[in-house]
Design a protein around this ligand. Structure first.
Ligand code: HEM
Length: 440
């Protein structure tokens, strides 16, 4: 089990920071097989690996395996956030979120996302010779969430919220010591201010709904206020709305900005993939005027581009490993796993399994043309009842941004080496600088 308390945490964290997490896990699997015990963050832990393990974890009853997040997330987001809930509570709150994040509802927001994307490009890309992709993609996904989730237009209020979220997020993976001047303390203070702003928004939107000045699907907050139980009472408390807006912002903005960053890198490195994406996107661009916003119908024609995104998610999934906790003793693969033990799994290790993805080291978007997706093989968005409810949201923002990038600009990487670490999400050391030129 390694040195007590520290166990294998340090070597795993070091491997992740050096972007060698996959190798670290692979070596353990080679040495000990797909089920092995270790000690991570002072807790006895079992590492599970493989497609069957993915299926078991994703579909396991929450009476056996509970979701487990660092204490800091619970304290910063609030205890009613989706990641902390299980059973009926989880189903109810998740159902409410999905009622806004489902494709039938999101399709009406394609134009709004497109407007945000165009404004972003106007402010941060046009007229520049060099940009840093990673921070810019974060700004983009942040603004898109502000617009669609909070329904806040650009202006002072959005700026205040953006600053609060930046500080709030810095504490999410910090040591939860609440002393003045710790990162965690700043984060808690920012979280309290952000929660107060969201609470004000709830009050304003409730009045707007009563006065019929807004539609029930105007943004996520309005949608959540409007959802009722059969007896007419509110399905979610105001506290639940606030805590879940914060978790959606945290879960939603970094992950999709990472996908967009890796896509820009991939397109710069792979001329044949770039050419096919440009061909698909220019056909769509030529079918409309520059002023016309993208539509759901346009997105449904971006099949190859989305396959490139899926292949990017396969090879560099933003979420590397996740945790659950054993709520009671259970048996898996002939081993007894005791109550209280932690389960760690790097679901994405199946992305490199050649029995699921032949020639797994080759970047090949066309594999998704022929290949029927093996269940629990491609799991960048997780699986089962906790599968990412933001996957459609991600698809819309990714396709919209890539459409504009490849039709408006050409680019090349400023440097050959662009190392990134996992902290735990991928972070490029130099932010991925690129040189850009407008297309003639
Ligand atoms: C490339 C983009 C994204 C990736 C790779 C991603 C990945 C994931 C994964 C792997 C999980 C499941 C974790 C587990 O089972 O432990 C998850 C959950 C979640 N994601 Fe995403 N996500 C992305 C974008 C988004 C977006 C845009 C939103 C919101 C608009 C979002 C909101 C959430 C929420 C709320 C959960 C918790 C679900 C639950 O516990 O029921 N994600 N995500």
């Amino acid at each position: 089990m390694g040195i007590p308390i520290v166990g294998q945490s340090l070597s795993l964290l070091q491997a992740m920071r050096a972007n060698k997490g996959e190798q670290w896990i692979q070596e353990r699997i080679k040495k000990y097989g797909p089920i092995s015990k270790l000690n991570v963050f002072g807790t006895p832990t079992v590492l599970l690996h493989g497609q069957a393990a993915n299926k078991f974890i994703y579909t396991c009853d929450s009476n056996i395996l509970a979701n487990k997040q660092p204490e800091s997330i619970k304290r910063i987001c609030g205890e009613r956030n989706l990641l902390e809930l299980s059973g009926e509570d989880h189903r109810r709150v998740r159902g409410a979120l999905v009622s806004f994040l489902k494709p039938e509802v999101l399709k009406q927001y394609v134009g709004k996302m497109d407007e945000e994307t165009r404004m972003h490009l106007q402010m941060h890309w046009h007229g520049k010779h060099q940009v840093q992709v990673e921070p810019l993609m974060k700004t983009l996904t942040f603004n898109i969430i502000c617009s669609l989730i909070f329904g806040i237009e650009r202006g002072t209020r959005r700026e205040v919220l953006v600053q609060l979220f930046k500080s709030l997020i810095e504490g999410v993976l910090s040591v939860p010591i609440n002393l003045p001047f710790t990162r965690f303390n700043h984060s808690l203070q920012s979280s309290a201010k952000a929660k107060a702003i969201i609470m004000d928004l709830i009050r304003e939107k409730r009045v707007a709904l009563e006065e019929q000045r807004t539609s029930p699907q105007q943004d996520l907050i309005t949608c959540l206020i409007k959802i009722r139980n059969e007896d007419g009472s509110a399905l979610l408390s105001d506290e639940e709305i606030v805590h879940n807006c914060i978790i959606v912002m945290i879960a939603g903005h970094d992950t999709s900005s990472i996908l967009l960053t890796f896509l820009v890198k991939r397109l710069a490195e792979d001329p044949s993939v770039l050419a096919a994406v440009v061909h698909e996107q220019e056909e769509i661009a030529h079918s409309k005027s520059n002023e016309e916003l993208l539509t759901w119908d346009n997105l449904s024609k971006m099949k190859y581009t989305w396959r490139v995104a899926m292949e990017t998610l396969r090879m560099t999934p933003p979420v590397f490993c996740s945790f659950r906790t054993a709520v009671k003793d259970f048996e898996y693969g002939g081993y007894l796993i005791p109550k209280g033990w932690q389960i760690i799994w790097a679901a994405c290790m199946t992305h490199m399994d050649e029995t699921i993805f032949p020639d797994p080291s080759k970047f090949d978007p066309t594999r998704f043309e022929q290949q029927k997706l093996t269940p629990y093989g491609l799991v960048a968005f997780g699986g089962g009842p906790r599968m990412c409810p933001g996957n459609e949201f991600t698809r819309i923002e990714t396709l919209t941004m890539i459409h504009h990038l490849v039709t408006l600009f050409t680019w090349k990487l400023s440097s050959k080496d662009n190392p990134f670490s996992r902290d735990p999400l991928p972070v490029f050391k130099e932010g991925l600088p690129i040189q850009i030129e407008p297309k003639k």
